[in-house]
Ligand binder design. Structure first.
Ligand code: NA7
Length: 537
C-alpha cells in the first residue's frame, strides 16, 4: 500500500494491534472524526484471546468485570455464560463488539508492523509493514498488548525433536488431539496450570517439567447465574465505580477481612481465608489489605494455601515438590480448576527441573542430567516477554533516529506508561509504568484509551502538532513506580513483572501499583495543562 509515486498513504492516526485496546482506540478516534488504520498481525480481532487457544484457556478475572464499560447498551446486551469466561467466549464477545460498532472496515489483518520512524520536521510517523506497505500519520498508538510476545526457550537440539512442539501463546486454531500421546509440558505458570488438567484428560501420559512451583486458588468457576448477572446489570455503572476504587481496579466483591491481617484473631483470620478460598480465584489476595505489604501477614495466607496443596495431592513427595516457598502473589497468583488433583492421576508425573535443568531436546524427547524423557509432544507453557517484548520487536525510532531499544536498554522508561521522552506523538496503551497487568486489564485499557483520545482531541483543537513527555517528568515517574513497588512484596521473587523470566532482560519492576491513585494522577496532569509534557505548534 502506498499513495502512488511511492508516497505513503496518510491517516490521521495509526493503531498497532486489534485486541481490546486497539478496538476501543479505533472506536474513540473515529468518534473524533479521524481517519484511522489499525494493523493486526492475526487474521481476526482479539489480541491475546486470538492467540492463546490452549485447552483450558480462561480469564482469571470474572466476566462481569473483564469487559468494556464504554457503552451501557453493550454491557446490557451481552450475557456471559460462565463466571470466568473461557477463551472462546471472550473471542466471541470481542468479535461481537467489532461487528456491533462496525470496526472491521478500518482494520488491516494479517499485517505486522516492522518499523515506525518519527520525522521531527514533518511531525509524522512513518510505518512499514511486513507486506511492504508504507503509511504515515501524525499519531502512532501502540496497542500491542502486555503478554503477546511469546518466550520460547532456546534449548540446544530444538530442531532435532521428531515430535510436535507448541507454545501455549500460539496455539493452533484447529486444536490438538493428544489421544494416545506422551505429552510433556514445560512450565507451571498460569497457562500450564489451566491447560494441564485438560491435557491430562486426553493424553496417554503427561509429564510436567516444573522449575518453580506456583500458588493457585481454585477458580470455583461455574455458570453465571441469572441472579448474579441481574444484580450487576441493575446498576452496572455503580458496580464499575466500586471496582475502579479498588487497588487493582477489581475485586470489589471479594471477601475482605480488613486492612490488616493481624488485626484479626488467628481463628477469625483462618475463617476469612476459608471464605476467600471458597469464593475462589485471584480475589483471595484481597482478603486483607496488607497481604502484599507485610511479609508476616503474607506468610499467614501463604501457609493456608500450602496446606490446601498438601491436602489435595495424595503422594507426599509430589505434594512437597508442588508446594511453593516464595511470597504469595509476587509471581502472579493463578486460578485453577482441579490443577493439584491432576497429579493424583496415575498417568501424570511431575519432574522438578529447578536443580537439574532441562539440557536439550533430543529426537525422542528431552534430556536433563537424570536422563532422557521420551515424548511425542512438547508444550512450551513458558510465558511471555511481558510488557516490552511486543514493542521492542518493532524497529521504533524517535527523534534523531533514536531507537527505542537503545533508550530502554537498561529497562523501560516512560511518563505515566503513556509516552516516552524523545518519541513525540507515540502513545503506549497500558505501557510499562502504568497499572496494566496489576489492574483489571479492560478498565485499565479504557482509561488509557480515553486519556489518549482526549489528548489527541486537545492537540487538534488547539492546533498543536506534537506532544512529548519531559525527560524530568519521566525520570521522576520511573522513580515513583520503583519506590511504590519497593514498598510492596512484589519485587521479592523472580517474575515477569520484573522481566526476570527473559535471559538478559534488565531487572526493572514494570507495572505501577495502585489503580485509583494512578487514575487520579493522570487526571491531575491534564487539569494542570498536561503537566510534564511539552507541546509544539
Ligand atoms: P508464566 O507465568 O511466565 O509461566 C511460565 C512458566 O514457564 C514458569 O513456570 C517458568 O518457570 C517456566 N519456564 C520458563 N522458561 C523455562 C525454562 N527454560 N525451563 C523450565 N521452565 C521454564 O507464563 P504463563 O503463560 O503461564 O502466564 C502468563 C500470564 O498470562 C499469567 O500470569 C496470566 O496473567 C495470563 P519460572 O517460574 O520462571 O521458574
Amino acid at each position: 500500500m502506498s499513495g502512488g509515486n511511492d508516497r505513503p498513504i496518510e491517516f490521521d492516526a495509526v493503531v498497532v494491534g486489534a485486541g481490546f485496546a486497539g478496538l476501543y482506540m479505533l472506536y474513540r478516534l473515529r468518534e473524533l472524526g479521524l481517519s484511522v488504520r489499525v494493523f493486526e498481525a492475526g487474521d481476526g480481532v482479539g489480541g491475546t484471546w486470538f492467540w492463546n487457544r490452549y485447552p483450558g484457556a480462561r480469564c482469571d478475572i470474572e466476566s462481569l468485570e473483564y469487559s468494556y464499560q464504554f457503552s451501557e447498551e453493550l454491557q446490557q446486551e451481552w450475557s456471559w455464560k460462565e463466571r470466568y469466561a473461557p477463551q472462546g467466549e471472550i473471542l466471541e464477545y470481542i468479535n461481537f463488539v467489532a461487528d456491533r460498532f462496525d470496526l472491521r472496515r478500518d482494520i488491516q489483518f494479517e499485517t505486522r508492523i516492522e518499523s515506525a520512524h518519527f520525522d521531527d520536521a514533518s511531525a509524522r510517523w512513518t510505518l512499514t509493514t511486513t507486506g511492504g506497505d508504507v503509511v504515515s500519520s501524525p499519531f502512532c498508538i501502540m496497542a500491542t498488548g502486555c503478554l503477546s510476545s511469546a518466550n520460547m526457550p532456546d534449548f540446544p537440539g530444538m530442531d532435532s525433536f521428531q515430535g510436535a512442539t507448541y507454545h501455549t501463546g500460539h496455539w493452533p486454531h484447529e486444536g490438538v488431539d493428544f489421544s494416545g500421546q506422551r505429552v510433556g509440558v514445560i512450565g507451571t505458570g498460569s497457562s500450564a496450570i489451566q491447560s494441564i488438567p485438560e491435557i491430562a484428560k486426553q493424553a496417554e501420559h503427561l509429564t510436567v517439567f516444573q522449575r518453580t512451583p506456583n500458588y493457585s486458588v481454585p477458580a470455583n468457576n461455574g455458570p453465571l447465574t441469572s441472579e448474579a448477572e441481574a444484580r450487576v446489570k441493575a446498576d452496572y455503572p455503580a458496580f464499575r465505580k466500586r471496582n475502579r476504587e479498588m487497588p487493582f481496579g477489581a475485586f470489589a466483591d471479594a471477601v475482605r477481612g480488613g486492612e490488616e491481617a493481624f488485626a484479626d484473631s488467628e481463628s477469625d483470620r483462618e475463617q476469612t481465608y476459608r471464605d476467600a478460598w471458597e469464593r475462589g480465584g485471584l480475589t483471595f489476595l484481597a482478603a486483607y489489605g496488607d497481604l502484599m505489604f507485610n511479609k508476616e501477614a503474607n506468610d499467614t495466607a501463604a501457609a493456608f494455601v500450602r496446606e490446601k496443596i498438601r491436602a489435595a495431592v495424595n503422594d507426599p513427595e509430589t505434594a512437597r515438590k508442588l508446594t511453593p516457598t516464595q511470597t504469595l502473589g509476587c509471581k502472579r497468583l493463578c486460578a485453577d480448576t482441579h490443577y493439584f488433583e491432576t497429579y493424583n492421576l496415575p498417568h501424570v508425573d511431575l519432574v522438578d527441573v529447578s536443580k537439574i535443568p532441562i539440557e536439550c531436546l533430543t529426537p525422542a524427547g528431552l534430556r536433563n542430567a537424570d536422563g532422557e524423557f521420551e515424548l511425542d509432544v512438547i508444550i512450551f507453557a513458558t510465558g511471555f516477554d511481558a510488557m516490552t517484548g511486543a514493542l521492542l520487536s518493532i524497529d521504533i525510532q524517535g527523534k534523531e533516529g533514536l531507537p527505542l531499544s537503545e533508550k530502554w536498554s537498561a529497562g523501560p522508561r516512560t511518563y505515566l506508561g503513556l509516552m516516552t521522552a524523545g518519541f513525540p506523538n507515540l502513545f503506549l496503551i497500558t505501557g510499562p509504568g502504568s497499572p496494566s497487568v496489576l489492574a483489571n486489564m479492560v478498565p485499565a485499557i479504557e482509561q488509557h484509551v480515553n486519556w489518549i483520545a482526549d489528548c489527541v482531541d486537545h492537540l487538534r483543537t488547539s492546533k498543536l502538532s506534537k506532544i512529548e513527555a519531559d525527560i524530568e517528568a519521566e525520570d521522576d515517574w520511573v522513580e515513583v513506580v520503583n519506590e511504590i513497588a519497593n514498598e510492596t512484596l512484589y519485587p521479592q521473587c523472580n517474575s515477569w513483572y520484573l522481566g526476570d523470566n527473559i535471559p538478559g532482560k534488565p531487572r526493572v519492576f514494570m507495572p505501577y501499583i495502585g489503580f485509583p491513585t494512578y487514575v487520579e494522577k493522570c487526571e491531575d496532569v491534564v487539569s494542570k495543562g498536561y503537566e510534564g509534557f511539552h507541546t509544539n505548534a
